[in-house]
Design a protein around this ligand. Structure first.
Ligand code: CA
Length: 440
């Protein structure tokens, strides 16, 4: 795991004043990556680093004379229209570019450097984003025991998770074609649903549309087919994390998913945040990964002292909903729930180790979903089906509207951040997606 270093110093300030504002998601300690261009322009997309309310244009940086060596190689790779080549360079190059950018944006940088670099900044308010890498494969895990228990108990109040849950970081292989960046708008899916007690399914617009609060895990360097990534090396293959909303059609899902898993219920849209927060930026917010003594302990290939000491990540997460009416009334979104990723039953390193133990190859730019992130308490559920017990106890929005499931026009916003005494607060920005009416 990455050791703390000077780029984590809570006292560091940037000459970009907005980066020093309290509550900014993007102080100099963060430096996340996205793929951007000026809104509506014919410019090519290229990599950028967030600093305050600005984007540092990595193509402009790479064309200048402020970086050299490995950092320049990294900046040139990150200046391309997808981050795959940058991911493939591996942790030394990722660190070289982070440390170079940190020095250049630091308040101690020479005034002439700052003056020159102002020309490489673009206001975030003037840019649009795209999916930051060519995603070869997308795997969505199922690793929150609180989520799994909440779903199980909808069917049976004494229900438990399936026997494999406590032994396997389980997952299904999802669709890449419908993954979109924040701002994504999609039509309510059509599909088959079987009403309780009915003898035949109906073809209809999804009546039980849901979101899932997840983190996306971006694979950096891959592995050759047949060569498993051991748990001890797993984090070297993870570039960073983003927010991920795995939109889910529950009525379609519960009819179609036996015996092979989700299909149309999950393949119509997935929304990610544009910004990828690197594993190096997340280093201060690690926590011990624990498994209660009365629960099965991991099999040896999923067990290590490093994972025990720092496998968990305290990433605070929230779900907000803005209805069409709230948008018209300008009353803003309503907070639905909040939790932390630290409760997850399996760590991201365990996901990588398990994914590859049978010989599966990963490639730079592959994406994992963490699985829905729910915490143990009330109001910590990461899906509306849990919060409303499948619409039996609807939630009330700030303007008095109620929701059992999502309605047309609803926008769902995910937010995430880390904070800890003695360390800077860093954030993930936002993932926003909007439900349009079914096309019938
Ligand atoms: Ca999911």
């Amino acid at each position: 795991m990455i050791e703390l270093n000077h780029t984590h110093d809570a006292g560091a300030r940037s000459w970009v004043a907005s980066a020093n504002a309290a509550g900014s998601d993007f102080p100099i300690q963060n430096l996340p990556y996205a793929m951007f261009r000026r809104t509506g322009s014919p410019e090519p997309f290229r990599g950028g680093v967030a600093i305050g309310d600005q984007v540092l244009d990595l193509a402009a940086l790479a064309a200048g004379s402020h970086v050299d060596g490995l950092a320049l190689d990294a900046a040139r790779a990150a200046a391309l229209p997808a981050l795959n080549d940058f991911f493939a360079l591996g942790p030394p190059a990722w660190q070289a570019l982070r440390h170079a950018v940190f020095a250049l944006l630091h308040s101690d940088a020479p005034a002439a450097t700052a003056d020159d670099l102002r020309g490489c900044l673009v206001p975030q308010a003037e840019v649009e984003y795209t999916v930051p890498a060519r995603i070869g494969d997308y795997t969505d895990f199922y690793t929150s025991i609180d989520h799994a228990l909440n779903i199980s108990r909808l069917m049976n109040p004494d229900g438990d998770v399936t026997p494999n849950f406590r032994w396997v970081p389980t997952a299904y292989h999802g669709r890449v074609s419908t993954i979109g960046v924040s701002g994504q708008r999609f039509h309510r899916p059509m599909g088959q649903a079987m009403a309780p007690g009915a003898k035949a399914p109906t073809y209809q617009a999804c009546a039980r549309l849901d979101y899932e609060l997840e983190l996306g895990v971006w694979i950096g360097q891959g592995n050759a087919q047949g060569e498993a990534i051991p748990l001890a090396r797993a984090e070297e293959h993870i570039f960073g994390l983003c927010l991920l909303n795995d939109w889910s059609a529950r009525d379609i899902q519960f009819w179609e998913m036996a015996p092979l898993g989700p299909f149309l219920a999950k393949n119509f849209a997935t929304t990610i945040s544009p910004w990828i927060v690197t594993m190096e930026a997340l280093a201060p917010y690690r926590q011990a990964w624990t498994r209660p003594a009365n629960e099965p302990q991991p099999l040896p290939y999923l067990e290590s002292s490093a994972n025990r000491e720092g496998g968990a990540l305290d990433i605070r997460l929230e779900v907000w909903l803005e209805s069409e009416k709230a948008r018209e009334q300008k009353t803003g979104p309503s907070r639905l729930s909040g939790t932390s990723f630290r409760h997850q039953y399996w760590s991201i390193a365990q996901m990588v180790a398990h994914h590859t133990v049978g010989g599966c190859s990963l490639n730079p730019g592959d994406l994992f979903g963490s699985g829905t992130i729910s915490g143990p308490g009330e109001g910590e559920a990461g899906a509306i089906i849990e919060l409303t017990r499948a619409a039996q106890t609807p939630v009330t929005l700030a303007n008095g509207e109620t929701r059992g499931f999502l309605e047309d026009g609803d926008a769902v916003l995910l937010r995430g951040w880390c904070e800890k005494p003695g360390h800077a607060r860093i954030g993930f920005g936002e993932s926003r997606g909007t439900v349009l009416p079914a096309r019938g």
